[in-house]
Design a protein around this ligand. Structure first.
Ligand code: ADP
Ligand code: MG
Length: 249
């Protein structure tokens, strides 16, 4: 939940084209420190591309991304420092298959943050505890359920002490009975003051956890507002139609 009104991240008129396909046409929004933003919208609308621009997996074609007031796209900005502060949890978990759970949560800390093995281990264990995976330290990813793998991926991400954590449909690849355990871990995280931007198709979750909700379609933010505004009083026909389709599913 929102703590202070300090803007941590500000997207200003972000555009992204692949060839002559303009996928993001004009994306602008601010997120305050400790705030939770959820992003909803139809498939192909540009949600993933927005996240991938934020963590610089994609280079925006135009616009500005300000982190603590500094444009990370500027020539002289140290992108490595920024990248280390922006974590991401993917739909497909993306754990290292050849490493056990503990090693998965240690390797980034050692390589990127230059933490000692012992320190990395203690931090990994504490975070595995938080997501309920401490008893699986020796397991390989392929020995775990999807829900368990995703909880490890979350522990790995928070072990890097991110200032912002991005989630791209973290429960979409899961069997239905495992969605709850992952959402519950994310709800707990949301109370710790971590800034989170979450793309999700779980509408009840998107409503309950968010400070602000963004509806992205056709490469623009078609509508944004508080969960109450977006879900109970949508102003845009596209939002209304999208939400109606969800209720019917
Ligand atoms: P969403 O996550 O909302 O479903 P995406 O951001 O993944 O939408 O995709 C938006 C549009 O951009 C889609 O039409 C998709 O095909 C296109 N797109 C995404 N990534 C690439 C890429 N690397 N190259 C070409 N087109 C892409
Ligand atoms: Mg996507």
């Amino acid at each position: 939940m929102t703590q202070a009104n300090e803007t941590i991240l500000s997207l200003k008129h972000i555009k992204k084209s692949f060839g002559n396909h303009e996928v993001l046409r004009d994306i602008s929004f601010d997120i305050n420190k400790g705030e939770i933003a959820t992003i909803i919208g139809p498939s192909g609308g540009g949600k993933s591309t927005t996240l991938r621009c934020i963590n610089l997996l994609e280079e925006p074609s135009a616009g500005e991304i300000d982190f603590h007031g500094k444009n990370v796209l500027a020539e002289n900005y140290n992108r490595n420092i920024y990248r280390a502060k922006v974590g991401m949890v993917f739909q497909q978990f993306d754990l290292f298959e050849n490493k056990n759970v503990l090693a998965n949560c240690m390797v980034g800390q050692e390589l990127v943050l230059k933490r000692s093995k012992e320190e990395a281990k203690q931090i990994a264990l504490a975070n595995l505890e938080k997501v309920g995976m401490a008893e699986y330290v020796d397991a390989r990813p392929n020995q775990l359920s999807g829900g368990q793998q995703q909880r490890v991926a979350i522990a790995r991400a928070i072990s890097m002490d991110p200032e912002i954590l991005l989630f791209d449909e973290p429960t979409s690849a899961l069997d239905p009975e495992m969605v709850g355990e992952v959402l519950s871990v994310m709800k707990n995280l949301a109370t710790t003051g971590l800034t989170m931007i979450i793309v999700t198709h779980e509408m009840a979750f998107a409503r309950d956890v968010a400070d602000q909700v963004l509806f992205i379609s056709d490469g623009i933010i078609t509508e944004e507002g508080s969960p109450d505004q977006l879900f109970n009083h949508p102003q845009n026909d596209k939002t209304t139609k999208f939400l109606r389709n969800f209720q019917n599913n």
